[in-house]
Design a binder for this molecule. Structure first.
Ligand code: HEC
Ligand code: HEC
Length: 198
């Protein structure tokens, strides 16, 4: 039973969560109609358990804007040079490729001792996204080169936005997403730097 509920937790898109919530609503209405005036023989345990799981999971996984990045090892080892990128934005295969290349990590040495390496890889794999992030048959290393990222960032932003002095790099999420370090990419915390029109 719990397993079924958990599919909602890992729903990647807001649509997924929406459909799930709609399903719950329909279920609720059906029950309301059928059971009007009747004594409920079985308490709706399954339903409330699902709601509970969905309720705690939504902000972290399913809305596409807010991600849970609170992992001590990940924070201490992978958030020193840039924000802790949400694990959900790359596939497990991509994270393995990133972790395999740490000694030559985008021009810096980000190698880890074996224990920390294993722990962080486990965390990334467990929270990786379902989207396919391969290009030309190879797992992509950059979130900023994924089809999803490019699509999400092509509207309303000038083409050369990533080169602007206030932004420097697309990987510099915090230039626009002011709460990126907390995994919050919602519109509420989005502030485009001066000179970058939306
Ligand atoms: C010593 C500094 C340093 C550390 C530590 C570090 N990184 Fe990076 N990382 C970089 C640099 C530099 C870039 C390239 C940034 C750019 O292109 O502007 C980068 C880029 C990335 C990107 C791609 C960003 C994009 O363009 O989408 C990912 C993913 C990434 N790092 C993951 C990690 C992970 C996981 C760890 C921890 C195991 C880690 N990094 C630790 C320096 C570091
Ligand atoms: C130059 C500014 C800028 C930078 C840098 C930037 N973004 Fe964005 N991001 C935006 C804009 C603008 C949107 C679209 C917001 C909208 O239309 O709702 C967006 C949307 C998003 C969304 C989608 C939120 C939703 O509504 O579903 C996510 C997730 C996101 N960005 C993550 C990232 C990550 C991760 C990085 C760094 C690797 C990054 N962004 C770098 C400007 C930026």
């Amino acid at each position: 039973m719990r397993k079924k509920c958990l599919t909602a937790e890992s729903a990647e898109s807001a649509e997924g969560a929406g459909v799930f919530l709609l399903f719950l609503r329909v279920l609720g209405e059906l029950r309301g109609k059928k059971m009007k005036g009747m004594m409920m023989r079985k308490p709706p345990v399954l339903l409330s358990a699902c709601l509970l799981v969905a309720g705690t999971a939504l902000p972290a996984h399913a809305d596409g804007e807010r991600f849970d990045v609170r992992n001590p090892g990940y924070q201490s080892e992978c958030a020193a040079c840039h924000v802790a990128y949400p694990p959900q934005l790359l596939s497990a295969a991509s994270w393995r490729a990133v972790m395999d290349g740490l000694p030559k990590h985008f021009g810096s040495d980000a190698s880890l001792d074996p224990a920390a390496h294993a722990e962080i890889l486990r965390y990334l794999e467990a929270n990786a996204g379902r989207r396919d992030t391969t290009a030309a048959g190879k797992p992509q290393l950059r979130i900023t080169e994924t089809r999803w990222f490019v699509r999400e960032h092509s509207e309303d932003l000038p083409r050369d936005v990533w080169k602007r002095p206030a932004v420097k790099s697309a990987a510099n999420c915090a230039a626009c997403h002011t709460a990126a370090d907390k995994g919050d990419f919602s519109e509420r915390t989005l502030r485009l730097p001066k000179g970058v029109q939306k």
